[in-house]
Design a protein around this ligand. Structure first.
Ligand code: HEC
Ligand code: HEC
Length: 253
């Protein structure tokens, strides 16, 4: 299986050749953020909610090239439900990079039992296997991994399974570990949390929030995850129980 880094590089190379533009993990994360806020309402989390169009499997009605797609995203499709957007031009290719990263992640087979019990999953999550030592759910648990209180909205069951079995072989998705190299040469590793035009926010491995000005950054690279793989450490039923529990975590509802 490809490593996370290889996946990102692969996604970057194919897009770079198509568009003469290279995408960092930060760009893909930005694409995810915009997709989640501006596009899921109509196209759905899986990209297939508009009839005849599947954004993850690259099934379109009209577009035949990346250039067409960027134009569609910016200008909409006049006379249809697809609205024009006021986002900066540079953002549209980041959405495509994100959608491509999801496509690369398709095609895996589940090894979890067919149905899981969320109550057993909760016990397991909080037990010996240590998930809660790194992850918080509704303010309980550690901080060196992402907060999972809304994970049921963010990842589908297969994505959760892949994360548990191969945290480092995952596609660029959700909160990703990055290594940030500053202009002075020093580096820090953490989870990418947020970013805007001027700054990038990370949570470092100790769980502290770090905010960096873009002007101080030399580069942002993907880094190996510090989440251990649970392949061979949980059985098929335990895996299904964990997934059932995490799928229920949908924010404040
Ligand atoms: C208000 C609903 C709505 C929103 C919001 C929306 N879309 Fe669409 N989108 C549509 C509809 C409906 C179509 C089908 C248009 C048609 O009939 O050809 C479409 C078509 C598309 C197509 C396919 C064009 C083709 O050639 O077939 C792409 C790509 C696309 N949308 C991307 C996006 C992205 C990316 C976003 C977020 C920035 C987005 N859309 C936001 C409703 C929406
Ligand atoms: C040593 C700390 C650590 C432990 C223990 C740990 N994780 Fe993680 N986990 C992380 C980190 C760091 C990430 C983010 C990087 C990545 O995607 O691998 C993460 C990511 C995740 C994600 C994806 C979150 C997102 O927003 O994309 C899920 C789901 C997850 N872990 C579930 C679990 C479960 C279930 C367990 C126990 C079986 C577990 N983790 C144990 C550190 C940990």
């Amino acid at each position: 299986m490809l490593t996370k880094t290889a996946f990102i590089l692969l996604a970057l190379t194919s897009l770079a050749s198509a568009q003469d533009h290279s995408f960092t993990p930060v760009d893909i994360e930005e694409g995810r953020r915009i997709y989640r806020s501006d596009c899921t309402g109509c196209h759905g989390g899986e990209g297939a909610s508009v009839a005849g169009i599947d954004l993850v499997r690259a099934k379109y009605r009209l577009a035949t090239s990346d250039e067409d797609l960027v134009k569609t995203i910016l200008n909409g499709v006049p006379g249809t439900g697809m609205p024009a957007s006021v986002m900066p031009h540079s953002r549209a290719p980041m959405i495509l990079a994100y959608l491509r990263s999801l496509r690369d992640a398709k095609g895996q087979k589940s090894i979890a039992a067919p149905s899981g019990d969320p109550a057993r999953g909760k016990l397991l999550f909080e037990s010996r296997i240590g998930c809660a030592g790194c992850h918080r759910i509704r303010n309980e648990g550690g901080r060196s991994g992402p907060d999972l209180s809304d994970i049921g909205h963010l990842l589908n069951p297969m994505e959760i399974e892949t994360e548990i079995l191969d945290p480092d072989a995952q596609y660029p998705f959700g909160s990703r570990p990055v290594r940030v190299v500053l202009k002075g040469g020093s580096a820090l590793t953490g989870l990418l949390l947020n970013q805007d035009t001027y700054s990038v926010q990370l949570v470092d491995q100790e769980g502290s929030l770090r905010s960096l000005q873009r002007s101080e950054l030399n580069r942002v690279q993907s880094a190996p995850s510090w989440m251990p793989s649970y392949r061979g450490k949980v059985d098929a039923q335990e895996l299904a129980d964990l997934i059932a529990y995490l799928r229920r975590q949908k924010g404040t509802q």
